[in-house]
Design a protein around this ligand. Structure first.
Ligand code: 13P
Length: 272
């Protein structure tokens, strides 16, 4: 386990990219980071979540471009069981074999298109820890839930299910990503104040669940994060970094978001 006080800037490529794009992407990102990071102290921790099939090519390309120590890679999902007759699925141990160290769990697109409920999300989080992967638990309310005043209750319930399965000690090895569904891929970012208010509620819940008050569990914001709004979001007290979708596909844009995380106020991050 390694512990570093830093923001986390994570890119979720979702089902985007190609081998051709990947080679170009990493070299452009390497150039952008080497010019902007030489002075940076307190660098953001950078994580990329490519489609599973690109985990190995991505880590090779990161090595070729000298970024292997600056960027961690992770998977977008895993199966809750460690092995078995589950055609098309991947276990945590398999993902680790392919170089993944982190894994997204319960992204709203998995909840929506693969009918993942809180119980399955909790089982996946437990499977990730068993495979020594760092889970990023994604939570967030829909527009309807926000409009009916249920946003905080929904997010609290989603976190509670994971807390129940993992216990305080397990929960402390996770990160939370608050991604309001209405802000994902819509260009409609939560305002910094709206995001901060939910993050403060999440922090209070985490403190109640773990007894910790020192921001040990980073809470990332996701939903239309881009270079233009990253610095303001990252300046919020309880925002520990960003989970970036669309904007992470453009290496220049992603580098600018990383720059907003470099040197920003710190949260504690525990990683494997
Ligand atoms: P966008 O940044 O494209 O809104 O996606 C956010 C997201 O879902 C990251 O996991």
């Amino acid at each position: 386990m390694q512990k570093s006080p830093t923001k986390v800037v994570a890119g979720n490529w979702k089902m985007h990219g190609s081998l051709e794009m990947l080679a170009e992407y990493v070299s452009v990102l390497a150039r952008a980071l080497s010019s902007q990071r030489s002075e940076a102290t307190d660098r953001a921790m950078v994580v990329l979540f490519p489609p599973i099939g690109y985990l190995v090519p991505l880590s090779e390309q990161l090595r070729v471009c000298g970024l292997q120590d600056q960027i961690v890679i992770g998977a977008q999902d895993l199966h809750p069981e460690s092995q078995g007759a589950f055609t098309g699925d991947m276990s945590g141990a398999m993902l680790r074999d392919l170089g993944a160290r982190w894994v997204l769990i319960g992204h709203s697109e998995r909840r929506q298109y693969h009918a993942e409920d809180d119980q399955l999300v909790a089982r996946k989080a437990a499977a990730a820890l068993a495979a020594e992967l760092t889970p990023v638990i994604c939570v967030g309310e829909t527009a309807e839930q926000r409009d009916s005043g249920d946003a905080e209750r929904v997010v609290e319930r989603q976190i509670q299910a994971v807390a129940q399965a993992l216990g305080a000690e397990g929960l402390q090895q996770c990160l939370i990503a608050y991604e309001p569904v209405w802000a994902i891929g819509t260009g409609r970012t939560a305002t910094a104040a709206t995001a901060q208010s939910m993050h403060a509620a999440i922090r209070a819940q985490l403190a109640g669940l773990t007894g910790e008050t020192d921001n040990r569990i980073p809470v990332l914001y996701g939903g239309s994060v881009k270079a233009a709004n990253a610095a303001e979001l990252f300046a919020q007290r309880d925002i520990g970094g960003g989970l970036v979708g669309g904007a992470s596909l453009d290496p220049q844009e992603f580098a600018a978001i990383i720059a907003a995380g470099d040197g920003a106020l710190s949260a504690d991050v525990t990683t494997r």
